[in-house]
Design a protein around this ligand. Structure first.
Ligand SMILES: [Cu+2]
Length: 689
């Protein structure tokens, strides 16, 4: 098999600079079109970092369980939204994304969490037709002296809705050449409550350990990071199984050359992760009859690299680079009470992406600024042969034999284009327009799911699917316009967008006769009533809408802020709507702050969602509003105390993105949309030294 690490090393050597000292000193203000969520200020006690994204315009979260939030941005989610952590990509071990990439970011240790607004620059992510998220961990600081300086951060929080707690300690030591980090986190919670009972199973437990070492000499920095994730029994009531374990080793080696002031930067990342996962349908929820117990053991091995060079000149900068990411997936299903039963769900399903890009940031004059990007990606996929007990039945046998004799290796060549421009009309007002054409090749589930199952990357729609090896890549054609207004007291950033996606990958009623036959046969045998399966196919879709964030400072202590999000997703080839699209929503927040303490109250309002997908048998959801409040007090320069209440009025509501209940529960019917959490009082202590 190709080994991207060696390619990366070779590439790194080639990329080493032949810089001269004649580059002119020039200061260019980088103006990322991003929203940075200030992790220290945001008072989120959720164990799920994805929840923080709701503070950014256009972003929401598909929830399948307390640790499994899948970011949604302007109606797109899953592999359509790129996530990187310290420059590293990661393909979840769970075929249902029980461990979405962002779940490996540790909230209390983040230096920043950024979400790119709208069209994603080609330099930022390989495949990002729906957005990009970048999480950066705090690695500590180099200092100026010989002596090591010690610093650290301890966080403890607790909440009432699930008796959950979170403890996180990070210790940093650094001098001018070395920095060291050691961190540990533990968290757990019971089943969450809502007004009429408990949401089961939503218990969770997770530990995380991180070590980092950095070496700096002159302009050169070398950094080595290691993380170990250990998730235990954790519920996912919107999915057919619950997490028994997610164990992950994450490795990251990076080198940066930062030639300030000449303005040459080189960044090289080599990274890998080794993720193992197990889930069952009988441990955390009421078990089905023993014959239908299922245990799924899955793994993903990830390897990747990025090499990027930034070169400043008098009128802007070039960013040129290349990257590779390789993910390999295995998933096996068995029944511990029946050694005869086995099923190879995915065997060595491999997906490699190799990309090369060039991006130009150009300052035309004091008013006009542009960004132009070109990226070529080659996507290579393959999967090994499969088998399983269901293949002892004729339709299963037909599916297996068809899959095993098919040409499973598939290559795509994708060319992405981005053009964006900003016009600064005055000191307060800047206009923006963006155009892009971007591709996403199918996921391994979409291509290689051979037997009708619900292993869909967390769609959680209750349908079984089969893949389609011959799928074409999605082609997204995007256009967006916006305004950034900012004066002494008011900032306002509206955007409107239109995204036409040719060959959008969507489950459609299966025309694979043995797949339909098998589901019907199993219904007869088991007395179940599963609907006919879907198959992943290329259709056409469009998504459009607008989003806005605003902030208004009213006098010295008072401020108001808010978000407005609207997105509509439709099929273009038939009259159906797209599945699991966030309803229109708005947040309004009022804050009072002094130097040492602050308090805020916010109202979060969601409209009903009645634009739902018939194909996915999606249920409509009513609108609702929730009120949250919080306060924080900087007791001493090193000690911060905070407390708050979410869902103050214990409102019973259903989050349209929250999925349907799949576990027996006397308080919530099966198939009913899951309720949101009830009233939740929480407290947090942050101690920094
Ligand atoms: Cu899983």
């Amino acid at each position: 098999m190709r080994n991207p690490i060696y390619l990366g090393l070779a590439a790194a050597l080639i990329a080493l600079p032949s810089y001269g000292d004649d580059l002119e000193e020039l200061i260019v203000t980088a103006r990322h079109d991003t929203r940075t969520i200030n992790v220290t200020d945001e008072l989120s006690i959720s164990p799920d970092v994805a929840q923080l994204l709701k503070k950014a315009p256009g972003a929401s979260v598909n929830g399948n369980g307390p640790l499994t939030g899948i970011p949604q941005y302007r109606g797109m989610y899953g592999p359509r939204v790129a996530t990187s952590m310290n420059g590293a990509q990661l393909a979840p071990s769970g075929p249902n994304w029980m461990d979405p990439p962002i779940s490996y970011a540790v909230g209390g240790q983040l230096e920043s969490l950024e979400i790119y607004r709208g069209i994603v620059p080609v330099s930022v992510a390989q495949e990002a037709i729906g957005g990009a998220i970048d999480a950066r961990a705090n690695r500590g600081n180099f200092t100026t002296g010989e002596d090591f300086e010690l610093s650290g951060r301890m966080i403890g929080s607790a909440q009432t809705v699930n008796s959950g707690y979170h403890l996180n300690t990070a210790v940093y030591a650094g001098n001018r050449n070395h920095r060291i980090k050691a961190a540990a986190m533990t968290e757990s919670g019971d089943d969450a409550e809502f007004k009429d009972g408990d949401i089961t199973p939503t218990e969770y437990e997770r530990q995380r350990y991180d070590l980092g070492y950095g070496f700096r000499s002159g302009d050169h920095t070398l950094q080595l990071d290691y993380g170990y994730n250990d998730t235990g029994d954790s519920g996912t009531p919107a999915l057919p199984m619950d997490i028994e374990s997610i164990e992950g080793d994450l490795y990251n080696l990076s080198y940066t050359l930062d030639r300030d002031p000449s303005g040459l930067q080189i960044a090289i990342d080599l990274y890998a992760s080794d993720l193992d996962h197990r889930m069952t349908n009988y441990e955390l929820r009421d078990a089905p009859p023993v014959a239908r117990w299922r245990r799924n053991t899955a793994a993903s091995d990830n390897l990747g690299f990025n090499v990027a060079t930034t070169l400043l000149d008098e009128t802007g900068r070039w960013v040129i680079g290349f990257d590779g990411f390789s993910a390999e997936h295995d998933s096996d299903i068995d029944n511990p009470s029946n050694p005869m039963f086995f099923l190879t769900n995915f065997n060595n399903a491999e997906r490699d992406v190799y990309g090369v890009f060039a991006e130009r940031h150009q300052e035309f004059n004091s008013a006009w600024r542009g960004e132009f990007g070109l990226r070529y990606n080659r996507v290579e996929m393959d999967a090994g042969k499969v088998d399983g007990t269901p293949a002892t039945m004729p339709p299963g046998q037909m599916l297996r034999d068809a899959f095993n004799s098919a040409q499973r290796d598939q290559d795509d060549n994708n060319i992405d284009l981005v053009a964006r421009a900003w016009y600064k009309a005055s000191e307060t007002t800047s206009w923006y327009a963006g155009l892009a054409r971007k591709h996403r090749s199918p996921s391994y589930q979409e291509r290689y799911l051979w037997l009708p199952l619900e292993a869909t990357g967390g769609l959680a729609d209750g349908n079984t699917y089969t893949g389609n090896i011959k799928l074409d890549p999605e082609v997204s054609n995007q256009v967006e316009f916006g305004l950034d207004y900012s004066n002494d007291s008011l900032t306002l950033s509206p955007r409107i967008f239109y995204n036409k996606v040719d060959d959008y990958i969507q489950g459609t009623p299966s025309e694979v006769a043995p797949a339909v036959m098998l589901v019907r046969m199993l219904n007869d045998m088991n007395g179940t009533s599963n609907p006919d399966p879907l198959q992943f196919n290329n259709v056409d879709a469009e998504l459009y809408g607008f989003d806005l964030d605003w902030a208004w400072r009213v006098g010295e202590h008072w401020s108001m802020s808010g978000l407005v999000n609207y997105v509509r997703g439709k099929r273009d080839d038939t009259s159906d709507d797209l599945y699991r699209i966030a309803p229109p929503n708005a947040t309004v927040r009022l804050d009072y702050s002094t130097a040492s303490w602050s308090a805020g109250i916010e109202s979060v309002m969601y409209a009903k969602q009645d634009n739902v997908s018939d194909t996915n048998r999606e249920q409509e959801t009513s609108g609702y509003g929730v009120v949250n409040m919080s306060a924080s007090w900087q007791a001493t320069p090193s000690l911060q105390l905070a407390a708050g209440v979410d869902n103050l009025f214990d409102r019973k509501y259903r989050d349209h993105l929250g999925g349907y209940n799949r576990a027996a529960n006397e308080d919530i019917d099966r198939g009913e949309r899951l309720p949101g959490y009830g009233v939740n009082a929480f407290a947090r202590v942050v101690y920094e030294f």
